[in-house]
Design a protein around this ligand. Structure first.
Ligand code: URA
Length: 252
């Protein structure tokens, strides 16, 4: 692939902008400066740098973000900064999108990708990918509330009762709750319908994908083989690639 096309595909701007970057001597490939925008390279897995920042070419990109509170899952946020402000500009420019959404005050695992069919597969109601949350409640959780959540609660926008796939009381005011749907405020509404209230919500896993403890709030990492991790049973550690841009060194 021509270098200027390769850079464009990775989010470094229009073809003309990428050509200018190369001509200005700001791009190295495999450690060697390349100022020919039309130079040909085998793209997949190619290591290159722009202004010293290291990148690896990826046709499609999958990211896991440890979402901090006070961020909206929107490109046009209204009241809080956007989760996209936590990513390097080229990843945003190449069009990554969140896989579903978390409320601004919810923390934890948020996947982002520019693979539209992956987003569809993950969020399709037919696929029922389990999502597990740590729920801190205002009041102590009693046995009746756990039973109500497991048996199903009636929500106004769903004709059928919505049941938790799993519900474990881990502390007096803390539940580990697994749901397989992706409705607006689902967990908060389920907890309210069971007679309690959510004080804090943290997503621990999506399918078999769990956040590694080393990933602090606000940090992100590449996910290798997301499909495999998603369907594997139990929340495992995310596969992390080595081609992390400079700005992320030390995050994984
Ligand atoms: N359920 C909620 O109520 N909020 C979230 O952010 C995610 C699931």
């Amino acid at each position: 692939m021509e270098l200027e096309r390769l850079l464009r595909a990775q989010g470094f701007g229009s073809r003309a902008e990428c050509r200018a970057l190369v001509r200005a001597g700001r791009v190295c490939v495999g450690g060697t400066l390349c100022d020919d925008p039309l130079a040909q390279f085998e793209a997949e897995g190619l290591g290159f740098s722009v202004d010293g920042g290291e990148w690896t070419y990826r046709k499609l990109v999958y990211l896991a973000l440890n979402k901090p509170p006070g961020h909206e899952c929107s490109r046009h946020p209204v009241h809080h900064p956007s989760v996209y402000s936590l990513l390097p500009e080229p990843l945003v420019r190449r069009g990554v999108q969140t896989v579903g959404r978390l409320d601004q005050d919810t923390t934890g695992l948020l996947l982002l990708t520019d693979d539209g069919s992956f987003i569809h597969r993950c969020t399709s109601p037919r696929r029922s990918v389990p999502k597990t949350y740590r729920v801190t409640t205002r009041h102590a959780v009693d046995d009746r509330q756990v039973a109500v959540l497991l048996n199903g609660v009636q929500l106004h926008d769903n004709p059928q009762p919505v049941a938790a796939a799993a519900c474990l009381r881990v502390e007096q005011r803390c539940l580990q709750l697994t749901v397989t749907q992706g409705r607006y405020h689902l967990v908060k509404r389920m907890i309210a319908a069971a007679g309690n209230r959510v004080e804090a919500l943290h997503r621990l896993s999506i399918g078999g994908l769990g956040l590694p403890e080393s990933l602090s709030r606000g940090e992100w990492m590449y996910v290798d083989s997301p499909e495999e991790a998603l369907i594997s049973s139990g929340a495992g550690t995310l596969g992390c690639s080595t081609g992390v841009p400079d700005v992320l060194e030390g995050q994984s």
